[in-house]
Design a protein around this ligand. Sequence first.
Ligand code: FE2
Ligand code: FE2
Length: 194
Amino acid sequence: MMEPKVPTREEALELLHKYNESDSLRKHAYAVEGVMRYIARKRHQDEDKWGIIGLIHDLDYEKFPDQHCAKTKEILEEHGWPQEYIRAAISHGWGICSDVEPQIELEKVLYAIDELTGLVVTTALVRPSKSVLDVQMKSVKNKWKDKRFAAGVDRSIIEKGAAMLGVGMDELIEDTIKGMQEVAEAIGLKGNPA
Ligand SMILES: [Fe+2]
Ligand SMILES: [Fe+2]
């Protein structure tokens, strides 16, 4: 049997656009990709692999919200994606929509930062500049404590992810902000810097 071909970013992007028409879901995918790339680089890991998995982790969510994770597995298998990529993508939904527990570094990082990107987005949007470029770690931490702020962001998942990784919250938040700053334009959070 032939080894499955390693997907390129272009192929991942094509799938993302095919299955996600919503602007906010696409932006979420770019945000998670940006953070995965940033942290992969920092940890001397395969940046493209980490980024691609970030890009497609919620692939099925728009069209199959009730079968989240399961459909992503199905779609990626149909496209001949390697199991390693599929496993990593669906492990972000561990305990929610999949029973695949994050095991390797890449999976734990994805699990930890997925929800956190949402908190950073909301923190950026309440700033006058509406820019992620001037979001500080401290302001995200303050918003963290206010449970009514971005109430949909499940803080307990982020905490579980950080614990799995053995990384402190400050570092995780800092890395997430930096990764998102690198893709500020793509995620619509560049604001209008003076
Ligand atoms: Fe998800
Ligand atoms: Fe997500």
